[in-house]
Write a protein that binds this ligand. Structure first.
Ligand code: ADP
Ligand code: MG
Length: 320
């Protein structure tokens, strides 16, 4: 059973950044407005994610660590329309199997906060404001082979920060900060416009050298920004796709963008973009992969066309 849970964990957690991603999903699902990520040694020694969301009721704390325990969907039918980032109820159980996990939480309306030790299951009262802090220490301590597989702290840290950035670009109204070994690495204040967050979390240049995308094609709405061709830099790290608020990688989407740019970039360089698709949840399957980074569209052609037209129109429009 121990082995089974460690194998399952391997599918969800490849490296510290995977833990960061899952904990951020949970914080955002809980309605957080401010999220603080603290890391030590690239996240291997410590990943702590603190939020000011709804919190977890005392009686649900221990349940949250069980496999397939989720408070977010009640039946398989709900998967069709899942509106939260999480829904599989696997992340905390998986992380608990491969690291030292503790959860500190105070539920909105409760008169106290509690800390749960993931190993012993011990619950004790603590003091904190409404919200949740999940602390993950010594990732892969029981699986040295996996731990050896990790890259340098600097590389793991970069992946962790990228995981935070991906969430931050989807949720400008939420403030994020990232600390590493006691040093503030990134801080993005809550913003009321997406452009502001793109400027803060990517660069002012990203916004200045891109055009607004706004298009509706069939059942797909496409918004965001696309780099202008003459400023296009080879930055594979500034290509962001979101589907219903979730960061994804998808061949249909990247192919659609490439075809839109084909005539203007001649395949020489890579466009930069941050594109946000809204699509009826029943037309996209998000339960394709444990990390939820892949999706499957019911009608890939429709999506491809919508994205392609969205960018072609944006690039063709006269710039102000
Ligand atoms: P999932 O997100 O798929 O439901 P997880 O294993 O990530 O599964 O989390 C299990 C449960 O723990 C969640 O359904 C939620 O009820 C609770 N939970 C986890 N993190 C938080 C958080 N930061 N704030 C509030 N509740 C949380
Ligand atoms: Mg989750």
């Amino acid at each position: 059973d121990e082995l089974i849970s460690q194998i399952a964990a391997g599918e969800v957690v490849e490296r510290p950044a995977s833990v960061v991603r899952e904990l951020l999903d949970n914080a955002l699902d809980a309605g957080a407005r401010q999220v603080t990520v603290r890391l030590a040694s690239g996240g291997v020694r410590l990943i702590s994610v603190e939020d000011d969301g709804l919190g977890i009721p005392r009686e649900e704390l221990t349940v949250a660590l069980r496999r397939h325990a989720t408070s977010k969907i009640a039946s398989l039918n709900d998967l069709e329309t899942v509106g939260t980032m999480g829904f599989r109820g696997e992340a905390l159980a998986a992380i608990n199997a491969i690291a030292e996990l503790s959860i500190l939480s105070r539920f909105a309306g409760a008169d106290g906060a509690f800390a749960l030790d993931g190993r012993t299951g011990e619950l004790r009262p603590v003091a904190r404001a409404v919200g949740t802090t999940v602390e993950v220490r010594e990732l892969f301590f029981a699986t040295p082979a996996r731990r050896k597989f990790l890259k340098t702290d600097a590389t793991e840290l970069a992946h962790c920060i990228e995981a935070v950035r991906r969430h931050a670009l989807a949720r400008p109204e939420v403030g994020f900060s990232v600390w590493h070994d006691g040093k503030l690495m990134e801080q993005w204040r809550a913003a009321d416009r997406r452009e502001q967050r793109l400027a803060d979390a990517l660069s002012d240049d990203f916004v200045a050298q891109s055009v607004a995308v706004e298009h509706i094609g069939g059942a797909v709405r496409v918004a965001g920004r696309a780099g202008i061709p003459d400023a296009a830099r080879s930055r594979g790290d500034q290509q962001f796709f979101y589907v219903n608020g979730r960061f994804v990688r998808d061949k249909v989407l990247s192919h659609a963008v490439r075809s839109a740019y084909e005539d203007v970039l001649h395949g020489q360089r890579q466009p930069v973009y941050a594109l946000y698709l809204e699509i009826d949840p029943s037309r996209v399957d998000v339960n394709v992969h444990p990390t939820k980074i892949e999706v499957r569209f019911r009608d890939g052609r429709e999506v491809h066309q919508a994205v392609r037209h969205a960018i072609e129109n944006a690039l063709a429009a006269p710039r102000a």
